[in-house]
Structure formats: structure tokens, C-alpha cells
Design a protein around this ligand. Structure first.
Ligand SMILES: NC(=O)c1ccc[n+]([C@@H]2O[C@H](COP(=O)([O-])OP(=O)(O)OC[C@H]3O[C@@H](n4cnc5c(N)ncnc54)[C@H](OP(=O)(O)O)[C@@H]3O)[C@@H](O)[C@H]2O)c1
Length: 446
């Protein structure tokens, strides 16, 4: 791998030289193992430890197919999907790989007894497969995580609707938490020049998801002046949703669980903040069997107090079961609840009278299409939206990085250095960086 790193570090290696680099037949990757999916049987979710299930080991370089690229991964990041994969919840991801493997001769490569995980990367294109014309070896890139086949008509208005839509590194193999990744070339986007490798890798999945869920016509279609309720406003998704609300002239109402997280939301420019721990909302009884509408009302009253009597136009939902009833209740007449997840449980309950009588809409959202991802990355590259990286781990410690996210001990995003030997490398536009340095470093060291 050293010769690949040397070529990247040299800064003046030509595309032809990159194309001629010898590729190793093995590389180091973070994996989970098919024969270990039952290892946590009888253990509570919280006690399932990604450090036990994630291995960092040598795996064989897969064959490069048409329309694909190998990328030398300088840095990656932890997403919640790696937490799900590593604790084998709600299902083990090997079923996804088996199903993908049955699709074609080429996709069989993905069905292996190990799963290379990870849905973000920043790095350098090493080789492209037949049919790739847009990207050349040597290109500095980030990758979004939408993998589509696009053989069916269904996906051609919105690629998220492709029947063979998958999340790379979660529902496919050869993900980004590794020294080399295999991606489709239509996952590639230019790396923002003013960011380090680990900063550039970190927005990816959550930034694109937040863009579609809140800004895109396919999601919340947010407009100036909207009041946007953002759960987990300093977390992975929420850290970007808060920035999109502020950047688009809306007013975020940020929900967080500590003063430290409130300070981060404030540093992004948010003024209306609810500390859910301090105010101790109990939307459910202790058994978790019944909700308490009086608590929804208390929450709604607090929102009105902050907004000067206004209700919420768009709720940015992802905690799911725990909060969904309250989210539906506090939305204004005609307003929208956008949901992309159910971290606290996927069997949601809400009082439908508040929905239909007030003509509220629930809109589902999932990742983002290439166009939306490109737009989200473009805003990062222009310095209008910033990475939310708080710390980075070496690839060897990826299990600990996933544990931090699993236990909600992190802020914003947790990065992982793959080939990058240290943090701080890869910046090409120092002038733009200097302009935004405070914003880029906002989540650092907290
Ligand atoms: N469909 C998609 O495309 C997509 C994409 C990305 C992520 N997701 C999913 O979205 C969820 C969040 O992802 P993320 O990357 O933002 O995770 P994250 O970095 O852990 O942030 C989520 C935040 O939500 C808040 N939260 C957690 N449980 C809560 C609860 N019971 N009640 C209220 N707030 C709660 C926490 O903030 P506080 O403690 O500060 O309140 C937490 O920091 C995960 O389930 C993930 O799998 C889905």
C-alpha cells in the first residue's frame, strides 16, 4: 500500500501513473463475519459491543466490473448503519448480500462469509472499469452510498425508486471502512478542496440524507421562514439539518440531550434549543406501553414559548417510536413530518385525529439520489455547509468508533483514518479553508 500512499502524497502524480500502479491482491478492511451473527444472543442491544463483532483484517481485492471504480480510501466515517451491522440488528446484513448475489453473475462477488462495512469515503480513484468515462485514475473524490442498477423504468425519475436500490457498504459488500473500496462510478463526486481527507469523508451519508429529507422536493421542501423541529440537532443527521435550516432562511428548533450539545447547536447559529434531558419529557409511561398526551402538550407549549406562539412547519424525525407521537402533535395545521429512521423502535404510534383533522402529512425519506447527493456535496465544497467531525480513530480502532456512536457518546460525526497516516492531510485550497476554519472546527474536541 505504501506505493499508493506515496503516489497520493506526491501531489503531482499523473493519471497515467496512477493507472499503472500495481494493485495489491489483498487489503485491510473492517468486516463482520457470517458465522458470528448469533454471537450476541441474549445480550441487550445496548450491551452488544461492536469491538467484539468488527474485525480489522486482510481481505481479497474483488474483481473490478463494468461501470465500477477502485478507490484508495484515505478516510471514512462511522454511520449508524455500521452500528446496526455490527450488532446484527434489526437483521444481520448477510441476507442483503445473499439477495444481491443472486441478481447476476457479477453481483455474486458480494455474497461472501464476511462483509466489508462502511458507507462513506474520501480518497483517490485507482482504476476504473469498462464503460467509465467521467472519472480517471488520480481523481480526488468522495463517494455517496447509493448503489442502483437502473435496468427498470421505475428508477428513472428518482433513482431512490430503483427496485434494485441498495446502500453501499450496508446492503452491498466492499464498503468504505477499508484501505480500498469498490464503488459504482456513479457514486463518485469531487472531494471538496478545502477539507482534509477525514473532514471530506465525514458528511457523505448523513449530509445527503438530511438534504433530501429537509430541503429537496422529494422530502420536506423547506422554505424561508419555516419552523423546523430537529431531533438530535448535534448528531449525525441533525448537525446537517440544523445547518440546512439556517442556510435556507428557516428557524431550527433544536432538540438535544445535554448542555454540551446545546452549545454546539448554538455555535452553528441556532437560537431556539430544547434540552430534552433537562426538561425531562416522558412521552411514554415507564413500561413503554402507553403515551401521555399531556407531555406532548407540554412539549408543544415549550415550542410556542420559544417561537413566539408559532407551531412547527416541518419535523425532522428519526428517533421514531419514542418521539413520533409528540412530533405529529406539535406540527402545525398543514405541516409535514419527514421521517427517515426509527432509532428507538419502528412500531410508531400517534393519534391520527391530530393528523387528519389538521391535514398534516407524513413523508418518508431515505438516503438521496445522485442529483440530491451532488447538490449536498456542492454546498460543502462551496463552504456553505460544513463538516461536523468531532474526532477520528485509526482503522484499527473502528470497533471503538462504532461503540461511541452506539452509546451516543459522540458529537456530530466520528471519522476513521484508513490510508491517511495522520489527520490534517489532503487540503488543496488553503484560502477557502482559512475563510471557514472556525465553522469547520466547530465540533472538534467536544
Ligand atoms: N434512511 C436513511 O437514509 C438514514 C440515513 C442516515 C441515518 N439514518 C438513521 O437515522 C438515525 C439517526 O442517525 P444519525 O447518524 O443522526 O445518528 P446519531 O449521530 O446517533 O444522532 C442521532 C441523535 O438523535 C437523538 N436521539 C437518539 N435517540 C433519541 C430518542 N429516543 N429521543 C430523542 N432523541 C434521540 C440523539 O441526540 P440527543 O441525545 O442530543 O437528543 C442522537 O445524538 C439512525 O437510526 C440511522 O440509522 C437513516
Amino acid at each position: 500500500m505504501q506505493h499508493i500512499l506515496d503516489a497520493i502524497s506526491a501531489g503531482d502524480t499523473s493519471s497515467a501513473d496512477f493507472a499503472n500502479l500495481d494493485l495489491p491482491d489483498h487489503y485491510t478492511a473492517a468486516t463482520v463475519h457470517k458465522d458470528e451473527v448469533d454471537m450476541f444472543e441474549g445480550v441487550t442491544s445496548k450491551d452488544k459491543d461492536p469491538r467484539k463483532s468488527i474485525h480489522v483484517e486482510d481481505v481479497a481485492l474483488p474483481e473490478l466490473g463494468p461501470g465500477e471504480a477502485y478507490v484508495a480510501v484515505m478516510a471514512s466515517a462511522i454511520n449508524y448503519n455500521t452500528v446496526w451491522t455490527s450488532i446484527f440488528e434489526p437483521v444481520a446484513t448477510f441476507g442483503f448480500l445473499e439477495r444481491y448475489g443472486r441478481l447476476s453473475e457479477l453481483t455474486k462477488r458480494h455474497d461472501l462469509p464476511y462483509h466489508v462495512v462502511g458507507s462513506d469515503l474520501a480518497g483517490v480513484v485507482l482504476r476504473t472499469g469498462p464503460g467509465v468515462t467521467k472519472w480517471q485514475p488520480g481523481a480526488e473524490v468522495v463517494a455517496h452510498c447509493l448503489s442502483v442498477e437502473l435496468e427498470s423504468a421505475d428508477g428513472h425519475n428518482d433513482t431512490m425508486l430503483d427496485p434494485e436500490q441498495r446502500i453501499w457498504g450496508f446492503e452491498t459488500n466492499f464498503g468504505g471502512l477499508a484501505q480500498i473500496a469498490l464503488v459504482k462510478s456513479n457514486q463518485l463526486m469531487p472531494k471538496p478542496d478545502h477539507l482534509t481527507w477525514e473532514e471530506a469523508a465525514s458528511p457523505g451519508l448523513v449530509n445527503c440524507t438530511a438534504y433530501r429529507q429537509l430541503v429537496s422536493r422529494n422530502g420536506g421542501d423547506m422554505k424561508q421562514g419555516d419552523n423546523v423541529l430537529i431531533w438530535g440537532a448535534s448528531g449525525g443527521l441533525g448537525g446537517f439539518a440544523t445547518q440546512y435550516a439556517l442556510n435556507g432562511g428557516a428557524t431550527p428548533v433544536c432538540v438535544v440531550s445535554s448542555e454540551e450539545k446545546a452549545a454546539i447547536a448554538r455555535s452553528m447559529g441556532a437560537e431556539l434549543i430544547i434540552n430534552r434531558s433537562e426538561e425531562d419529557y416522558r412521552f411514554w409511561n415507564d413500561e413503554g406501553t402507553e403515551q401521555n398526551p399531556r407531555e406532548w402538550k407540554r412539549f408543544g407549549a415549550r415550542i410556542r414559548e420559544l417561537t413566539g406562539g408559532e407551531d412547527i412547519d416541518i419535523v425532522f424525525e428519526h428517533p421514531g417510536r419514542e418521539t413520533f407521537g409528540a412530533s405529529v402533535y406539535v406540527t402545525r395545521k398543514g405541516g409535514t413530518i419527514t421521517t427517515c429512521a426509527s432509532t428507538s423502535g419502528y412500531m410508531h404510534e400517534y393519534d391520527n385525529r391530530y393528523l387528519w383533522m389538521n391535514l398534516k402529512r407524513i413523508i418518508s425519506s431515505h438516503f438521496a439520489n445522485y442529483r440530491e447527493s451532488w447538490e449536498a456535496n456542492r454546498l460543502i465544497a462551496k463552504g456553505k455547509i460544513h463538516p461536523t467531525l468531532s474526532r477520528s480513530y485509526p482503522l484499527a480502532d473502528v470497533g471503538q468508533a462504532a461503540l461511541d456512536v452506539h452509546h451516543n457518546l459522540h458529537q456530530g460525526k466520528v471519522g476513521v483514518l484508513c490510508l491517511a497516516p495522520e489527520e490534517g492531510l489532503g487540503v488543496r485550497d488553503h484560502e477557502l479553508r482559512a475563510t471557514h476554519l472556525d465553522a469547520i472546527n466547530r465540533f472538534r474536541g467536544v
